[in-house]
Write a protein that binds this ligand. Structure first.
Ligand code: DOR
Ligand code: ZN
Length: 346
């Protein structure tokens, strides 16, 4: 039997939602992860420091008794965001990042940014205080093909913003392309990139060949195989620019299995065994520690966790339920499509 022990991992991009869904999914992440960057795209969004403080309390209440899971809060950047409110929320230690959604790019992004000049003041304040900007990197112009939206964003939005705002620390989240990998890898230590579990496993064929698979649909949408291979190479390489952000994004089955299904893959429950499989297959199990436990805290200037998590490989494949039941309805787990022999030792 092989085993590997890592410092307890963190998830640098997570959707926990609110209400009954929050209660259903929070324990799934808290089981294996010490901390997570919590996405603010609720309805209404988490815009001000006060909103984040209240949401943090709701998350803590949804955790199992005795859990020491720490939610790292973010603010949703709007064209009306007040730089002083952001600075205060950061100075108090409550908020660890601000999230930029281009308006219309994804789930609950309508309050996001249309005119990037309107958020200059906030970005400059963030550069001054060293607060990271987490970016959903896709343009939303209807004429841009959905498979090109990340590459076009880098060239026309991200790079110009970074040039205009020296010192701004940026995480390009859930990168899905070789373009994203190459861009992030070429920058200094003020730039990081998160990679999801599911984008290391599926390409666009998985979504579309042999019938449409709504549980593989997420945003940014999975790209062709060459891009997936670039992501695996980046994640497993040990390059400190890249770290885990699952983008685990629960939607109830009724909202996924429908004529206009929501974007999101739910991977909170089984991410660490899936990653062990991917890293082992790449011959890079030793680099899982950097990707899941070290590179993220280093970027966010937080300590690496003190506890550990042990993964073991057994002859029998691991099994998970097809879905978890939440008070909001059933949520289907991401199916990797192959047997996974890794387990988290409890
Ligand atoms: O697939 C996604 N789901 N991508 C996002 O950017 C948002 C997320 C969600 O909130 O459901
Ligand atoms: Zn997300």
């Amino acid at each position: 039997m092989s085993t590997i022990t890592l410092p307890r991992p963190d998830d640098w991009h997570l959707h926990l939602r609110d209400g009954a869904m929050l209660e259903g999914v929070a324990p799934e992440t808290a089981r294996d992860f010490a901390r997570a960057i919590i996405m603010p795209n609720l309805v209404p969004p988490v815009v001000r420091g006060d909103d984040a403080a209240a949401y943090r309390e709701r998350i803590l209440k949804a955790l199992p008794e005795g859990s020491d899971f720490e939610p790292l809060m973010t603010l949703y950047l709007t064209e009306k965001t007040d730089p002083q409110d952001v600075a205060q929320a950061a100075a108090s230690g409550l908020v660890k990042a601000v999230k930029l959604y281009p308006a219309g790019a994804t789930t609950n992004s309508d309050s996001g940014v249309r005119d990037f000049d309107k958020v200059r003041g906030v970005l400059e304040k963030m550069a001054e205080i060293g607060l990271p900007l987490c970016v959903h990197g896709e343009v939303t112009r209807p004429e841009v093909d959905i498979f090109d939206r990340e590459a076009v964003f880098i060239e026309t939005v991200l790079d110009p913003i970074r040039r205009k705002t020296p010192g701004l620390r940026v995480v390009m989240e859930h990168i899905t392309t070789k373009d994203g990998v190459d861009y992030v890898a070429a920058q200094g230590d003020d730039m990081g990139g998160t990679i999801t579990t599911h984008h290391l496993i599926i390409n666009r064929n998985h979504i579309l060949v042999g019938g449409i698979k709504p549980h593989y649909y997420c945003l940014p949408v999975a790209k062709r195989e060459t891009h997936r291979l670039a992501l695996v190479e980046a994640a497993t390489s040990g390059n400190p620019h890249f770290f885990l952000g699952t983008d685990s994004a629960p939607h109830v089955d009724a909202a996924k299995e429908t004529a206009c299904g929501c974007a999101g893959c739910f991977t909170a429950t089984h991410t660490m065994p899936l990653l062990a499989h991917v890293f082992e297959a790449a011959g890079a199990l030793d680099n899982l520690e950097g990707f899941a436990s070290r590179n993220g805290p280093n970027f966010y200037r937080l300590p690496v966790n003190e506890g550990t998590l042990t993964l073991e490989k057994t002859d029998q494949p691991n099994t998970w339920p097809a879905k978890i039941e939440t008070g909001a309805g059933p949520v289907t787990l991401f199916d990797p499509g192959f047997p996974v022999h890794w387990h988290v030792k409890r």
